[in-house]
Design a protein around this ligand. Structure first.
Ligand code: TMP
Length: 222
């Protein structure tokens, strides 16, 4: 049985995920949690190699199904090598993107058959679903401007505006269907305000988890 807590961060380009993951990691470590901070695509040597292939502008002609399988290949390895072992050890795993990204980008964005994408996503993740997902929601133009100002635009950033709009709408649809797991956070706010909202949601979930564990313990003792 997995003992840890699995939190994923999602959002369109330039929504501030990396900044917020770093802030949350520091916050949780200060509170005594054992934290693994990781990302997809990436998180392992193999995953980082796949990341380079996926984001390189040289691969602009990549077939959408080839793209799907590359993201999923990286995920399977990442889970086996990093995420499952950390959860077994009871760590809080903070992951920059996971299965919802595949549904949003390859399903809604690329318009691959959603049923097939869902089946493949579940298979690659061995059925693992995050305990909590923070969706940093932002106007796509604003996010893309932020990315462009950083001066580094990868293969996905360079997609058409309509693609990014479908991804955002897709994420919001996913959040509507799973409101208990996926929490939408307005990412246009100041970064401190975003961080405060995230910390409140995470604290609440971690408290619930502890309460459930304690109750289970009591039941067993009784
Ligand atoms: P990042 O720049 O947020 O690290 O993410 C890399 C890009 O990969 C981003 O444009 C989203 C995209 N992506 C997918 O299209 N499908 C996926 O399954 C994942 C994990 C990321």
């Amino acid at each position: 049985m997995m003992r840890g807590f699995f939190i994923t961060f999602e959002g369109t380009e330039g929504s501030g995920k990396s900044t917020q993951i770093n802030i949350l990691a520091r916050y949780l470590i200060r509170r005594g949690y054992d934290v693994l901070k990781t990302r997809e695509p990436g998180g392992t040597g193999f995953g980082e190699q796949i990341r380079k292939v996926l984001l390189s502008v040289k691969n602009h002609g990549l077939d959408p199904r080839a793209e799907l399988f590359l993201y999923l290949a990286g995920r399977s390895q990442h889970l086996e090598e990093a995420v499952f072992p950390a959860l077994q050890k009871g760590k809080v795993v903070l992951c920059d993107r996971f299965s919802d990204a595949t549904l949003a980008y390859q399903g809604f964005g690329r318009r691959l058959d959603m049923k097939t994408v869902r089946t493949a996503v579940k298979y690659a993740a061995k059925g693992l679903s995050p305990d909590l997902t923070l969706l940093l929601d932002l106007d796509v133009r604003l996010g893309l401007d932020r990315v462009r100002n950083r001066g580094k635009c990868d293969r996905m950033d360079r997609e058409q505006l309509e693609f990014h709009k479908r991804v955002r709408a897709g994420y919001l649809r996913l959040a509507e269907t799973e409101p208990d797991r996926i929490k939408v956070v307005a990412a246009a706010q100041e970064k401190e305000a975003v961080a405060g909202e995230i910390q409140a949601v995470v604290e609440q979930h971690l408290r619930c988890r502890t309460a459930v564990k304690q109750n289970k313990g009591k039941t067993r003792v009784a």
